[in-house]
Design a protein around this ligand. Structure first.
Ligand SMILES: [Zn+2]
Length: 260
């Protein structure tokens, strides 16, 4: 893991992406204008924070990476498995529901929002294509990351073994307690392997979203996988955590773009 500070804004980068002709990062919650409980670099437009604050925070992020905000493409994240093929900037058009975006257009900057769910970055150096995924428990169990790679295979000719993948800051297995509804769906989705992803802790059961998505990446043929290993709930000074902050919090931004 590496932290980069640019124009007062801190972002996390994957070391395995360092020499690639891409721009990526997961922004911490610091350096923005939003008041508590969204303090301060909140990118979430549906969490109660003002529209003006969110727009100013977004401006700061784009300024820090020296991209024009007009290159933005983002979606309405709904905990599903829809993969959106981004071909041009959203440009004020309504958000399309989706939980993954792929593109090979270097003039787009993909943006997603997180507060415990898992950001997964996919870079195909052979075909100069990228994908970014939002995987909470529902998206993980419904294998959204595999749906995203399948879309990259069909649209760009991606070979999974060539992909570089990064699993970003999100709620860790030490903090992610789940109920029987989640366990039942995981049993149905993973068969006997479900046992690898759940552990007893303090008379309850935790779900390991990191190792589950790692498994899903490996299962489809990805070998190069970097895991940030940063738990949002353990580190609310740097990250928003829906669980740790009992739903009263913001959303941090993750951006991914091909160099222009
Ligand atoms: Zn934790």
């Amino acid at each position: 893991m590496t932290y980069i500070k640019s124009n007062g804004i801190l972002r996390y980068e994957f070391e395995s992406f360092r020499d690639a002709p891409i721009l990526h990062g997961i922004f911490t919650r610091n350096g923005g204008v939003s008041p508590a409980p969204w303090a301060s670099l909140n990118l979430g437009g549906t969490v109660g924070d003002s529209r003006e604050n969110v727009i100013e925070n977004r401006r700061r992020i784009f300024e820090s990476i020296q991209r024009n905000v007009n290159t933005l493409y983002d979606v309405w994240q709904v905990h599903g498995i829809e993969v959106i093929r981004a071909t041009q900037p959203r440009n004020g058009n309504p958000h399309i529901p989706g939980d993954a975006m792929i593109t090979n257009n270097p003039y787009l900057t993909l943006l997603m929002r997180f507060a415990d769910c898992v950001p997964i970055f996919l870079y195909d150096p052979q075909n100069n294509a990228i994908g970014i995924v939002h995987a909470g428990w529902q998206g993980t169990i419904r294998k959204v990351v595999q749906h995203t790679i399948t879309a990259m295979m069909s649209d760009y000719g991606t070979i999974p073994g060539n992909l570089l993948a990064g699993i970003g800051p999100s709620i860790g297995p030490d903090h992610y307690f789940v109920g029987n509804d989640v366990i039942d769906q995981a049993k149905a989705a993973f068969g006997r392997d479900w046992l690898n992803f759940f552990q007893p802790l303090n008379q309850s059961i935790t779900f390991d979203l990191w190792s589950t998505n790692y498994y899903l990446l490996e299962e489809i043929g990805v070998h190069h996988i970097e895991v940030a290993g940063i738990c949002t709930a353990c580190n609310t000074d740097h990250w928003y955590s829906h669980r740790a902050e009992k739903g009263k919090t913001g959303r941090f931004g993750a951006i991914f773009a091909l160099e222009q």
